[in-house]
Design a binder for this molecule. Structure first.
Ligand code: NIG
Ligand code: FE
Length: 409
């Protein structure tokens, strides 16, 4: 006996190689022990519904997708930077604000002074927004501490969120996000601190699932990031990189050389960088919220990613500076309208490919027998509605590990 059987649901399984969206109309889904035990058309069920499962649920023609995965966020932070947003509207650039000691560093001040309870509470509110739209897995980076104590504090809060909020959390140490004021003029000494103390401590305490860095004029050089990647490799931690967001630094090629899970942003990536990513199997994570908020003009080269076969994931980049976004559905729309993705590419970018970007594609990201039963029920006419309707909330029910964690309407 299965625990639950869903009947009369249209499935966007998001498996590749078959029909668009891996679609199965008039489908059924069986769940047992938190895993998918059956995914197929209703008329292929191996028996009478009542005899197959303890609980039978009617989907009434709703659509079901895998639980959404937000694979790049800075969800845990203190403070607010709406004032900087107003400055940017008056023509001051993101880079100018950062060079004047604002930007990331203003969030660092607020995050250092906030205690864990405060950080947890504000992050929980943002997470609630994401969850209300079907997000069941979220990646959360540190990077607003920039000292050992606060980086670990952020990672601990991220881990606690996963215990409290019925969401799967992957944590990423982003010590190399900006140069903290106490290290001004001594960036290499700060890199020493990351390599010698932060990475080993995060690894020993099992607080980080991966390591990230910001490779940019206002961040760190390829040489500095390479040292961080080596230290991560010494502790068997996978790497990823904020690369080519504001200029071409050769970060994507570096990420590829270290077998990175993903290179993220990529507005300024060169064709050589894209080719290197393709060869290494490094995904492109596109962040249309940051592109929009910073009023970027240069788009990430989607045609090159397609031509070279680089898979594309999508994320909110939820952070207080460049992307104060807590709607992954909005990112579907922006990726289609601003970057020219198809709806299918966009939806794959927050399911199958996002799972791959987090190294969890064996267990998550598609509706397939054996995978974890993270799923969302949507009251929509078809998958395109998810990218088409701005501000709609068609999410009706969310299950994580087979258990209902949200039910609406
Ligand atoms: O992904 N680019 C660097 N990091 C973040 C922005 C962080 C911030 O402005 O606070 C990003 O866009
Ligand atoms: Fe980011």
């Amino acid at each position: 006996m299965w625990d639950t059987l869903w009947l009369e649901v249209n499935l966007a399984t998001m498996t590749s190689g078959g029909p668009p969206f891996g679609e199965i109309l008039d489908g059924a889904v069986g769940i047992e022990g938190g895993r998918l035990a059956f995914v197929g058309p209703c008329d292929r069920l191996p028996g009478e519904p009542g005899g197959l499962a303890k609980e039978v649920r009617e989907g009434r023609g709703c659509w079901m997708t895998p639980g959404l995965i937000d694979c790049h966020t800075h969800l845990v932070y203190g403070g607010n930077r709406a004032g900087e947003f107003e400055k940017r509207l008056r023509g001051v650039s993101y880079e100018e604000i950062a060079r004047a000691g604002g930007g990331i560093l203003s969030t660092v001040k607020a995050t250092r002074t906030a205690d864990e309870a405060e950080l947890l509470m504000s992050a929980e509110e943002r997470l609630a927004d994401l969850r209300s739209e079907g997000v069941t897995t979220v990646e959360i980076k540190s990077g607003y501490g920039l000292n050992l104590e606060t980086e670990l504090k952020m990672l601990r809060v991220a881990r606690r969120l996963s215990e409290r909020a019925e969401v799967t959390v992957k944590t990423t140490l982003l010590g190399a996000h900006a140069l903290p004021p106490e290290f001004f003029g001594r960036p290499d000494a700060y890199i020493d601190l990351i390599c010698d103390e932060m990475i080993p401590a995060a690894a020993d305490l099992n607080l980080a699932d991966a390591v990230d860095a910001f490779c940019e004029n206002i961040g760190f050089s390829v040489q500095q990031v390479e040292r961080v990647f080596q230290a991560a490799g010494n502790r068997n931690l996978p790497v990823k990189l904020h690369a080519e967001q504001l200029s071409d630094q050769g970060g994507a090629a570096l990420a590829a050389r270290y077998g990175a899970l993903s290179a993220d942003h990529l507005e300024y990536v060169s064709e050589a960088g894209v080719r290197a990513m393709a060869e290494a199997g490094t995904l492109a994570v596109l962040l249309p919220g940051a592109f929009h908020m910073l009023q970027e003009k240069q788009k990430p080269p989607v045609a090159l990613f397609r031509r070279h076969g680089v898979p594309i994931a999508l994320s909110t980049d939820c952070n207080p500076g460049s992307s104060p976004v807590t709607s992954l559905l909005l990112m579907l729309n922006m990726a289609c309208v601003l970057f020219g993705l198809t709806v299918e590419e966009a939806l794959a970018g927050v399911t199958r490919e996002a799972a791959r970007a987090l190294g969890m594609d064996r267990s998550h990201g598609t509706l397939e027998v054996g995978k974890v039963a993270d799923l969302v029920l949507w009251e929509i006419e078809g998958p395109a509605d998810l990218a088409y309707r701005l501000g709609a909330s068609p999410c009706r029910e969310v299950a994580r590990n087979g258990l209902t964690v949200l039910r609406r309407g």
